[in-house]
Design a protein around this ligand. Structure first.
Ligand SMILES: *[C@@H]1O[C@H](CO)[C@@H](O)[C@H](O)[C@H]1NC(C)=O
Ligand SMILES: *[C@@H]1O[C@H](CO)[C@@H](O)[C@H](O)[C@H]1NC(C)=O
Ligand SMILES: *[C@@H]1O[C@H](CO)[C@@H](O)[C@H](O)[C@H]1NC(C)=O
Length: 493
């Protein structure tokens, strides 16, 4: 009995040792030797009667494990030694982590120190490389009477993280809790395009106290807003202006703290995320309260995995507003539009797919100059309340419509609108009409028709006679009993 128990225990030891040695790739021959005894299984090395060779081998493995452990320990000690640390802890600067006293000046001092360049290394276009410096909020909650403004000298490769910031009652209404803006910092040069690069704002709760906004990112490159919770903004949760490649990801934004069905929803204002620039990305984000979820006024922005339930369309809210008429260049995928939809002005290069629209939420194409070109609204799901709301709707007249594909969307409780459709008419006579006006998106626009006429034994002459008003008329030269199948597309190409 006892021998068996020891055997099992030894098995665990040998298994550990084996893993380690495999990792170190230095004991392959010893392991092969253990198997050579023919006991089978990983316990073979320590069963009673195992040779001294195996024991030595196990001892060696355990010693190696110890030495690996202690070298890890040594490295950890090194990392926590603060001699030349570039971690700027705001409590070291006197910031009050209880949120009682104004911490603006203290945190701005920590930021200024973090922005002292450790070397002459630079990022894009001469932006100082701060070497990975961190402004650490020490898990505290800080009161701000004014914004945290990154220095106008610029910088990058730096993080602000791990704490809460709350605007004081007298916080300026036209500012943001955190500002990446050389101009706001009282500097800025017309010769520079970018001031900040690879700045990461992470694990922050930003409470704007209904004063101003959360984060402003101006003329910056590759900024990450990651795992933040931005609430009580009066203007914008996150506002991006100019620059490139701000990534807002894994972040929650709301003007009011609510989990839906809020009695004050009609009064929601503000914008969750404002993208007034190009090449940005918003992914895995929830906007749970705001007048507009995401306002886009620049091109080439990607929006994916966004759940908007900011303010119902019925109350005047918009989930995603694309105000880039003529040069939209936006792709929206995998989103959840929850009682609030997408509005696109004169969409040119717009893709919306794999998204779910709930509660009569839809896509509105709004005419400014009446141009829609290169639009794909495909493969989405819509669920409504049987009020006859169109899944895609036009606001105004479009004179130019090219390469607009609204198709293969599925809906319940809403009216499917599409740019292509099929239909059938059957009867006895010399004219067959298929009315596509209830389904085609654009009025009186058919670019392409294909039909087949099935007339049993009869063999009449037949022709397409009319497509006006999205009604397709097929005529025969003699009265016959026939079925006509028709495919139409609003695109002509
Ligand atoms: C950084 O640049 C300045 C000005 O060119 C120079 O004086 C200084 O020695 C440089 N420092 C390092 C660490 O290279
Ligand atoms: C179709 O109409 C013609 C003449 O109007 C009639 O002779 C014929 O029986 C009808 N056929 C059918 C299938 O109703
Ligand atoms: C097509 O139908 C419309 C509406 O009925 C009519 O006004 C128009 O004259 C027709 N066009 C032709 C070529 O028959």
């Amino acid at each position: 009995m006892e021998a068996a128990a020891r055997g099992r225990g030894g098995g665990v030891l040998v298994a550990l040792a084996a893993l380690l040695l495999l990792a170190l790739a230095s004991g392959a021959s010893a392991w092969a030797h253990g198997h050579g005894h023919g006991h089978g299984g990983v316990g073979a090395g320590l069963v009673p009667g195992a040779g001294a060779g195996e024991r030595r081998y196990v001892d060696l493995a355990m010693r190696r494990m110890e030495s690996v452990r202690s070298s890890f320990g040594a490295r950890r000690d090194l990392a926590t030694s603060t001699a030349s640390s570039r971690v700027y802890r705001v409590t070291d600067y006197g910031a009050d982590p209880t949120g009682g006293a104004d911490a603006t000046a203290a945190i701005n001092r920590a930021i200024a120190d973090a922005f002292r360049r450790p070397s002459n290394a630079t990022l894009t276009g001469g932006i100082p490389d701060l070497g990975g410096a961190e402004i650490h909020l020490d898990g505290g909650s800080y009161l701000l009477k004014g914004p945290l403004t990154l220095p106008a000298s610029g910088g990058g490769n730096v993080k602000i993280h791990s704490g809460s910031l709350r605007a004081a009652d007298d916080f300026p209404t036209d500012r943001y809790l955190i500002e990446l803006s050389a101009k706001a910092a009282g500097g800025g040069s017309p010769s520079l395009s970018y001031y900040y690069e690879y700045v990461t704002l992470r694990d922050l709760m930003l409470d704007c106290s209904y004063r101003g906004g959360g984060v402003s990112v101006v003329d910056s490159l590759r900024v990450g807003v990651d795992n933040c919770y931005v609430v009580h903004f009066a203007t914008d949760g996150v506002a991006v202006s100019g620059g490139h490649e701000t990534f807002v990801r894994n972040t929650f934004l709301g003007q009011h703290m609510t989990a839906g069905g809020d009695s004050g929803e009609r009064e929601f204002t503000g914008t969750g995320i404002r993208l007034d620039g190009n090449d940005n990305s918003v992914s895995d984000v929830v906007v749970f309260s705001a007048g507009t979820g995401i306002m886009v006024t620049g091109g080439a922005n990607a929006i994916s995995g966004v759940h908007c339930y900011n303010k119902a369309a019925g109350f005047g809210g918009t989930g995603i507003y694309l105000k880039v008429p003529g040069l939209t260049q936006t792709w929206i995928t995998n989103c959840y539009m929850d009682f609030t939809g997408i509005v696109a002005e004169d969409p040119v290069l717009l893709h919306v797919s794999s998204s779910f629209f709930l509660g009569d939420a839809n896509v509105v194409l709004k005419a400014v100059n009446g141009v829609a070109r290169g639009v794909q609204i495909v493969g989405n799901l819509f669920n409504g309340r049987d009020k006859g709301v169109d899944i895609v709707q036009l606001d105004g007249k479009f004179a130019t419509v090219e390469q607009v594909y609204v198709q293969q969307n599925a809906a319940t409780g809403m009216t499917v609108r599409s740019t292509s459709a099929r239909g059938t008419a059957e009867g006895n006579g010399s004219s067959w009409t298929v009315d596509f006006s209830p389904v085609l998106l654009f009025p009186d626009r058919i670019g392409h028709v294909q039909y087949s006429l099935v007339a049993g034994d009869a063999f009449p002459g037949h022709a397409l006679r009319n497509i006006s008003g999205n009604q397709v008329v097929i005529a025969t030269d003699a009265a016959v009993s026939a079925t006509v199948h028709v495919l139409v597309d609003q695109n002509s190409n």
